[in-house]
Design a protein around this ligand. Structure first.
Ligand code: PEP
Ligand code: MG
Length: 747
């Protein structure tokens, strides 16, 4: 068997290109390709296996095996040598296939007479599409050169599959990107949405994977890499000197962009007949498949850097980028691997839904999606490779499920669900201006949480009585530089204008933990949630706190002002923060600024310690708001960001309710107004129990006000209180089962 020279490899690719250009049906093309490869490799057998569904491979064409086995022989992922290649994404090259681990004989193919086996994964950008196999009678191992040549062929096959070259009459192959797909992710924001796909970063399509002239392709690659290097250097020049993390990422980019090994491999691929973009994509595919296998998080990150760099290079080479000329559909569902909060805000309310392949429930993008009340599913694996611009898609934010190109039955069921939600919305609208008055006569104040200007239209629409929590850090998080005092003052003034006299509780900056400002030096803390955050930062670095307080005082400009400090763990911190307010007021007065008509200063109760502060604290603080999200994570020692534990403990756990009751009692003794502004306030059953144990003000996402109010107006809190007392008396761990039973009995 002669060594496979580069020119032979190019010749084979040239013949493949001719096969692709012919106007034959998909199956005829596939048959021709297996024939060409077997002939060129001088091996008796060449077969192409493609995925039928996520876990089943099907023999789709063969030269050398029995023709009647085509479209009949199937195997599961991991099954037999072919299944193993597909699963591991690793090449298998053996002179003795029957003796190899995992071998499974497929009698209908007649393969028993072939001893050597070479299987190459067919994959595109980390997505497995199938397996290319050559077999021969002679027991021999295929040479490194042959393997390499076949890898290049597999790359071209992957591109052809992507371009739909094998679809058509008689092919018994369904086109990719035409089948309905169901993808399960995690709920980021509830709600259902139907629309059409809008890819945040459009797929780069490599229309021609085979080079006409390697010299031209080589030049194209070199020019593109040069442009890439210049771009990375520029980014490094522009990166903030103090931003160690950003610089580290860019340094890694520079290292890759200058990597000789990376460049050499791409040059070799071009010499073998690939176009410049196909060579880049081949390397990128390799990196992607390694990302999936890498255990080490550092390595995974570096491979992701390489992936990102390859994307940039592909865009330079193909000229495809965000300006593809495609028009955003009227009902866009945004699909992205990940997205920053500022980019998401740029899209604004035009989006019907959002699906992120990565992302997390607590990410800034999720916070923005919630503020905009746009259904969001995060961790929707494979969505990027499956979705095409313009595809019909249904997002079920409640279940964390995405239906891509749904079939008719799914469409009908989904539309029913949307209609039911619309009915419910109508019902909620009818009680919008009515109080949340229970059957026993208690009236619960319904306020909303906000953080962006985009939230404020909900103040009227939801029937909220005010903003119970305005998370001021969001304005800091969505920018790439620190806002100025003047900017902040103007912004807060707009918030107060939009509130038309309704009370707005401005919470001072709650940064640190998961909320890291992009322009602040990140602190390297082992447990950031327990670290230097919120009021701790404010008191240690009072400059920002003073600036924010000044902006708030000026925004109020004679109107009432309410300020709340986050994460107060002991009395002293409240006193120190209050002293800052007093100092700032005095300074503003000296400078001749108009002071607010009234000023209320409160604190968030988010650590169990504050529930046990001296009673004097409850006397002094002007109001308290329970930050249930943090309070619960610290009470149960269960990270609210950690998917494994965040749902482990129930809010209706008797111990947690007892803590809340304790806070209610202590506030009652001092006559301190108390509210609850964690996520649980927006969950009807939890909200009902909170009201039953004495909370009279709740603050929640605007969309939750209707459902919560609707339930509150139908219940008798005295009865609910009794159910809770009985459950506690019985020694139940959580009152939820008893409450559910009670609600069922009530119909
Ligand atoms: C809370 O902790 O409950 C809260 C409302 O604040 P955040 O979610 O912003 O930490
Ligand atoms: Mg909090």
């Amino acid at each position: 068997m002669p060594e496979r020279t580069e020119s032979e490899s190019r010749r084979l690719l040239g013949r493949l290109r001719d096969a692709m250009a012919s106007d034959e049906a998909g199956q005829a093309r596939l048959n021709k390709i297996t024939h060409l490869i077997a002939d060129s490799m001088r091996s008796e057998v060449c077969s192409i296996y493609l995925f039928r569904d996520d876990v089943t491979l099907e023999l789709c064409a063969t030269e050398g095996l029995k023709p009647e086995s085509v479209h009949q022989t199937r195997m599961k992922l991991g099954e037999g040598l072919v299944g193993r290649v597909a699963k591991s994404r690793q090449i298998i090259n053996t002179p003795n296939a029957p003796g190899a681990k995992g071998f499974r004989y497929m009698p209908e193919t007649g393969e028993e007479v072939f001893s050597s086996f070479l299987g190459i994964p067919v994959q595109r950008l980390g997505e497995a599409l199938g397996v290319l196999v050559v077999q021969s009678r002679e027991a021999r191992e295929f040479s490194a050169d042959e393997v390499y040549a076949l890898e290049v062929v597999a790359m071209v096959l992957a591109e052809m599959t992507e371009l739909g070259a094998f679809v058509g009459e008689g092919a018994a192959l369904s086109a990719r990107h035409q089948q309905p797909v169901l993808i399960r992710g995690t709920t980021g924001q509830e709600g259902a949405a139907e629309g059409h796909v809008w890819l945040h970063e459009p797929r780069v399509v490599v229309a021609n994977p085979i080079a006409d002239d390697p010299a031209v392709e080589l030049k194209r690659l070199q020019n593109a890499v040069e442009e890439l290097r210049v771009g990375v250097d520029k980014m490094l020049d522009m990166a903030a000197i103090g931003d160690k993390e950003q610089r580290q990422v860019l340094e890694a980019y520079r290292m890759f962009a200058n990597s000789k090994g990376w460049m050499r491999r791409m040059e070799e691929d071009i010499a073998r007949g690939l176009s410049a973009e196909a060579a880049v994509e081949k390397e990128q595919s390799l990196a992607r498949s390694r990302i999936g296998q890498a255990q080490d998080s550092y390595l995974r990150e570096r491979l992701s850097d390489l992936d990102d760099l390859s994307n940039r290079l592909l865009r330079i080479l193909t000229g495809q980028g965000s300006e593809t000329g495609a028009e955003m559909p009227a009902d866009p569902i945004l699909i992205a691997r990940n997205i920053g909060p500022a980019e998401l805000l740029d899209y604004g309310r035009s989006l019907r839904g959002i699906v992120l392949e990565e992302g997390s429930v607590g990410s800034h993008a999720a916070i923005v999606a919630r503020a905009l009340a746009i259904p969001l599913v995060v961790r929707a694996g494979r969505i990027i490779s499956e979705a095409l611009n313009g595809d019909h898609v249904m997002v079920d934010g409640d279940q964390g499920v995405v239906h891509l190109r749904p079939d008719d039955s799914v469409v009908t069921a989904f539309r029913d669900k949307i209609a039911m939600q619309a009915d419910a919305l109508e019902r909620y609208a009818s009680i919008r201006d009515k109080p949340a008055e229970t059957r026993c006569g208690a009236v619960i104040g319904m306020h909303m949480n906000a953080g962006l200007m985009a939230d404020l239209p909900s103040l009227d629409g939801s029937g909220a009585e005010g903003v119970g929590l305005f998370r001021t850090e969001l304005q800091f998080l969505v920018r790439n530089k620190m806002p100025t005092r003047t900017e902040l003052a103007a912004l807060y003034a707009r918030v107060l204008d939009a509130a038309h006299g309704k009370r707005v509780v401005f919470r001072t900056l709650d940064i640190g933990s998961d909320k890291v400002l992009p322009y602040m030096k990140p602190t390297d803390e082992p447990n950031p949630a327990l670290g230097w955050r919120a009021i701790r930062v404010g008191l240690d670095k009072p400059g920002i706190m003073r600036m924010q307080l000044q902006a708030l005082l000026r925004a109020a400009n004679g109107r009432p002002l309410t300020v709340m400090f986050p994460f107060v763990a002991q009395f002293e911190e409240y006193r120190a923060a209050r002293a800052e307010v007093d100092k700032t007021i005095a300074r503003e007065k000296r400078l001749g600024h108009v002071l607010p008509e009234t000023i209320e200063i409160g604190a968030m109760l988010e650590t169990p310690s504050l529930a046990f502060a001296p009673q004097k604290f409850f006397d002094e603080v002007e109001f308290l708001s329970i930050g249930g999200n943090d309070l619960k994570q610290f009470f149960f020692a269960a990270d609210r960001e950690n998917e494994r534990v965040r749902r482990r403990y129930d809010t209706l756990n008797v111990s947690f309710l007892s803590l809340i009751e304790k806070i209610v009692e202590r506030c009652a003794i001092s006559n301190t107004p108390l509210s609850f502004c964690g996520e649980d306030a927006g969950r009807p059953i939890e909200a009902m129990c909170l009201a039953a144990i004495g909370l009279r003000t709740l603050s929640m996402r605007p969309a939750s006000i209707g459902p919560v109010k609707s339930l509150l107006r139908r219940v008798n809190l005295d009865e609910v209180r009794q159910v809770i007392a009985d459950a506690r008396h019985r020694g139940d761990m959580s009152v939820r089962p008893a409450i559910m039973e009670y609600l069922r009995a009530q119909g």
